[in-house]
Design a protein. Structure first.
Length: 285
């Protein structure tokens, strides 16, 4: 497992405002690569395990956690967007709003058999981590694990790497966790509009064309800066005085009193030692 956190159920991160993503968004080249490289033997999701302290009056942690998440899935885009692949794969896939988020699939429950040891918890998480996520649904899944002899609740999260980078991870934490033991007031999700419906092939192709043009535009804007950097590098190389390979090697090795960690150290030391002996001097230690 990656990490284990010992937290109260409400956690300890800053609050966030609702995040509405009702438009199509192309995956970056790196995120699309995570999808292309994924196989059943090499899944590309990331997982984490948290150990939560059970509130004193809490009888059903699964119901409480599910209700907590259900009120907040609109606060982070990863919870409510799904992949749509381009016709003929002419461009990177799109993120589009999901028509429905099935919490029975996304938030599951596992009860450990007695005695509920740490080894049993880790074995259960190993099995949960094996399977790949369903690409026809939002690419995340949570599992509430009870039955631990410590009385704590295990919370295992599995999210695809294509859907979660560093910034996305912060958004997820801010959506689910609070800075105080008492949960903060969360605004309700906005009603779905027509823009949230599945995009047509024409809209997807138009989005792909706009995305491609924008990428080429960014490349063209970067050309002057790249040319200036190349010109400065060339000018430095042309104005620098020529040096022999032997001089460069000796200079890289440093003075006679320094350690010689490089691959050419023994050659530099041998040549320096031979030169000193030819002058009737001894090599310093």
């Amino acid at each position: 497992m990656d990490l284990q956190f010992h937290l109260t159920l409400s956690g300890s991160l800053v609050t966030s405002e609702p995040i509405h993503t009702r438009t199509m968004k192309h995956l970056s080249a790196l995120d699309a690569l995570f999808l292309q490289l994924e196989t059943p033997d090499t899944p590309m999701h990331v997982g984490s395990l948290m150990l939560l302290d059970r509130p004193p009056a809490q009888r059903d942690p699964y119901a409480a956690i599910r209700a907590h998440i259900a009120k907040r899935i609109h606060l982070a885009p990863v919870f409510s967007r799904v992949l749509r692949f381009m016709p003929l794969d002419i461009a990177s896939p799109l993120w589009v709003p999901a028509e429905r988020v099935d919490l029975d699939y996304h938030i599951q429950r596992v009860t450990l058999p007695a005695p509920g040891t740490q080894a049993q918890l880790e074995h259960a998480v190993e099995r949960l981590h094996e399977g790949t996520l369903d690409r026809d649904r939002p690419l995340w899944q949570f599992t509430v694990i009870d039955g631990l002899k410590s009385g704590q609740i295990g919370f295992y999260a599995k999210i695809h790497h294509a859907a979660l980078d560093g910034q996305g991870g912060i958004a997820v934490a801010q959506a689910l966790l609070d800075a105080q033991p008492e949960p903060r007031a969360v605004p309700r999700a906005a009603a779905k509009s027509a823009a949230a419906m599945p995009p047509s092939a024409a809209k997807m192709l138009g989005s792909a064309l706009r995305n491609t043009v924008a990428q080429y535009g960014r490349i063209l804007k970067a050309i002057p800066a790249i040319a200036k950097a190349a010109a400065r590098t060339g000018a430095v190389a042309l104005t620098a005085p020529p040096k022999s390979v032997e001089a460069l090697r000796l200079r890289a090795c440093g003075s006679t009193r320094r350690s010689l960690p490089s691959a050419c150290s023994w050659r530099c030391r041998f040549r320096w030692s031979r030169r000193r002996r030819s002058r009737g001097t001894t090599t310093p230690s």
